[in-house]
Design a protein around this ligand. Structure first.
Ligand code: BES
Ligand code: ZN
Ligand code: ZN
Length: 478
C-alpha cells in the first residue's frame, strides 16, 4: 500500500491537516486560533525546524516551519527530513491535507519524506492494526499537477526497488528476478528480452557463466528497451545493474555475518529496472535501455576458483584472484554487450566493493567516469536534486597497475588499497563509450533507518536515474 499525493483547490480546515511554512510569520492570521497564535509566536524559529502538534481528535493539526537553506536542493531536503520525522503513525490518520504557506512548493518534498520514511518491508510479519495513510492532499499555488504525477510515480518506483531488493534469495533468484522485470515491463509497454543460459553461452558471456558455475539456478540476462516514437535521442542511454541475487563469496566464502545483507547484492539491478518502470510510466520521451546480468555467487563442486582464467564477452582474459570479486565479472560482460547499441551514455550501478562502504559510508554513492563522458555534471546535479549525492573518485592510470596479471590480460582483484577504484579500472577494460560507474555498496544497504531511508534496501538509484532522464527532457514536459 502506497500513499498517493493529490493536489486540491479548495480548503477545509476541519480535517486532519498540516500547516507548512518556512517561517511562522508567513501563516495567515485567519488560519490560527488566538491561543495557537500566542503559543506559536513564543517559539523562536530563526534557523531551526519547529513542529507543533495540536491534538483535536478528529482534527489533528500540525504546524511546521522549515527555514530556507542557502541552496534550493538543501531546502527541499530539509522538507523531506521534516516530513519523515512527522509522528502520525499512531493517530489512525488515513488522509491528511497539507496547506502550503512556503515560498516554494515545500509540501511536495514534505509529502515525499512522509511517504518514503513510512515504508516498511513487513509482508512476512503479522498484520499491523494501524490504518494505512492512503492520501496526502496538497493545497499549494506553486505546484503543478504534472509534478504531483511524477512524484507519485517516483515514490511507487522507489517502493518497488526497496521491495525487490529486500526479498530474500529464496524468493528472488536469477530466474524470478527476470519474471518480476517482465511484469513491470508489461505494465508500462517496455519491451523485454530475457536471455537464458543457452543464449548466454552463445553470446560468450564468460564472466557471467563463470560466476554462475557454482549455482543450481541458471543465469539470466534481461534487456529492457523503452523506445517511444517521440524520443529526443537517437542513441540510447543505457543503464546496467549488478544482479547478484545472493553473494556468498563463492569458494572465497564470506565469513561471520558479512553474508547477511547479500540478498541486496542486486540493488543495482533493482534500481535500473524500477527507474525504467518510472520513465515508461511517465512516458518520458527518451530512448533508454536497461541491461541486467543475474546470477547468484555460490560454491559447489563445479564452482569457479582462484587461479581460473576466464575468457570474457569482448575476448579479454581474466585471472581469478578471488571469487568474491564477482560483480565486476558479470558487469564486464554486460558493459561490452552494451556497445552493440552504440550508446549515448552508459551508467552502471553496482553494490561492488566493501572499499566504497569504507570510503564514504551511506551518505553518497562513489562515482567514476571515463574521458569521453559529457553527462557527469548533469547526473551529479540530479544527485543533489533527489539527495542521492555522488562523490567522484579519480580514474588515474596508476590505479590500473594493480590489476595487471602474469597469466591473463588482467586479474579480478588488485591491491587492498583503493579497491573501489581498481574495480572501476577493471570495468574500464570492457567499455568503449561514454560511461559513468556508480558504486552503491554503501548507499544501498542500511543497517538502520535514517530519515526517510529505511533499514535494509534504501532504494538508491531509482530516483537518481528518473530525475536524470526527466532533466534530459525538461523542455518537453509541459
Ligand atoms: N557484494 C560485495 C560488495 C559489498 C560489500 C556490497 C558490502 C555491499 C556491502 C562484493 O561482491 C564483494 O564481495 N566485494 C569484496 C571483494 C573482495 C574480494 C575484496 C569486497 O569489496 O570486500
Ligand atoms: Zn562478492
Ligand atoms: Zn557482490
Amino acid at each position: 500500500m502506497i500513499t498517493e499525493i493529490k493536489k486540491i483547490y479548495s480548503t477545509d480546515f476541519s480535517v486532519h491537516h498540516i500547516i507548512l511554512t518556512d517561517s511562522f510569520s508567513n501563516i495567515p492570521k485567519s488560519q490560527l486560533s488566538e491561543k495557537e497564535s500566542v503559543y506559536i509566536n513564543k517559539l523562536d524559529v530563526e534557523d531551526e525546524v519547529k513542529s507543533v502538534h495540536f491534538n483535536n481528535f478528529e482534527q489533528q493539526k500540525f504546524i511546521i516551519s522549515v527555514p530556507k537553506k542557502d541552496k534550493d536542493f538543501l531546502t527541499d531536503e530539509a522538507f523531506r527530513k521534516a516530513g519523515s520525522s512527522l509522528k502520525f503513525q499512531s493517530l489512525s490518520i488515513e488522509e491528511i491535507t497539507i496547506y502550503d504557506f512556503t515560498s516554494s512548493n515545500g509540501s511536495l518534498f514534505f509529502a515525499e519524506g512522509m511517504i518514503l520514511g513510512n515504508y516498511k518491508f513487513d509482508k512476512y510479519k503479522g498484520k499491523d492494526k494501524q490504518k494505512p495513510l492512503t492520501h496526502i492532499f496538497i493545497y499549494c499555488d506553486n505546484l503543478r499537477e504534472k509534478d504531483v504525477e511524477l512524484m507519485n510515480i517516483s515514490n511507487q518506483a522507489t517502493f518497488k526497488c526497496r521491495d525487490l531488493s529486500n526479498e530474500p534469495q529464496s524468493v528472488i533468484d536469477s530466474v524470478s528476478i527476470a519474471k518480476v522485470f517482465k511484469e513491470m515491463c508489461d505494465e508500462t509497454g517496455i519491451t523485454i528480452e530475457i536471455f537464458n543460459k543457452k543464449k548466454i553461452e552463445s553470446l560468450k558471456f564468460g564472466g557471467i557463466l563463470a560466476v554462475n558455475k557454482g549455482s543450481i539456478n541458471e543465469p539470466t540476462f534481461s534487456v529492457m528497451k523503452w523506445k517511444p516514437e517521440n524520443a529526443i535521442n537517437k542513441k540510447p542511454y543505457i543503464f546496467v545493474g549488478k544482479g547478484v541475487v545472493f553473494d556468498t563469496g563463492g569458494l572465497n566464502v564470506k565469513t561471520g555475518n558479512s553474508m547477511l545483507d547479500m540478498k541486496i547484492d542486486m540493488a543495482g539491478a533493482a534500481a535500473v529496472a524500477t527507474a525504467m518502470w518510472a520513465i515508461s510510466k511517465a512516458k518520458l520521451p527518451v530512448y533508454a535501455i536497461a541491461l541486467v546480468p543475474a546470477t547468484d555467487n555460490r560454491s559447489n563442486g563445479n564452482a569457479y576458483a582462484p587461479g581460473d582464467i576466464i575468457k570474457m564477452h569482448n575476448g579479454k582474459t581474466v585471472e581469478i584472484i578471488n571469487t568474491d570479486a564477482e560483480g565486476r565479472m558479470i558487469l564486464a560482460d554486460a558493459l561490452s554487450y552494451a556497445s552493440k547499441f552504440e550508446p549515448e551514455l552508459v551508467i552502471d550501478l553496482a553494490t561492488l566493493t566493501g572499499s566504497a562502504v569504507r570510503a564514504i559510508g551511506k551518505y553518497a554513492s562513489a562515482a567514476m567516469k571515463n574521458e569521453s563522458c559529457q553527462h557527469y555534471d548533469l547526473l551529479s546535479k540530479s544527485g543533489e536534486n533527489v539527495y542521492e549525492r555522488l562523490v567522484e573518485f579519480p580514474m588515474w592510470d596508476e590505479y590500473g597497475d594493480s590489476i595487471k596479471s602474469d597469466f591473463a590480460d588482467i586479474k579480478n582483484l588488485g591491491d587492498s588499497d583503493a579497491g573501489l577504484i581498481s574495480a572501476a579500472k577493471f570495468l574500464e577494460h570492457f567499455v568503449s563509450f561514454p560511461w559513468i560507474h556508480l558504486d552503491i555498496a554503501g548507499s544501498s544497504i542500511l543497517s538502520s533507518k535514517y530519515d526517510y531511508s529505511t533499514k535494509g534496501a534504501s532504494g538508491v538509484g531509482t530516483r537518481l536515474l528518473f530525475d536524470f532522464v526527466k532533466k534530459l527532457t525538461e523542455n518537453k514536459l509541459d
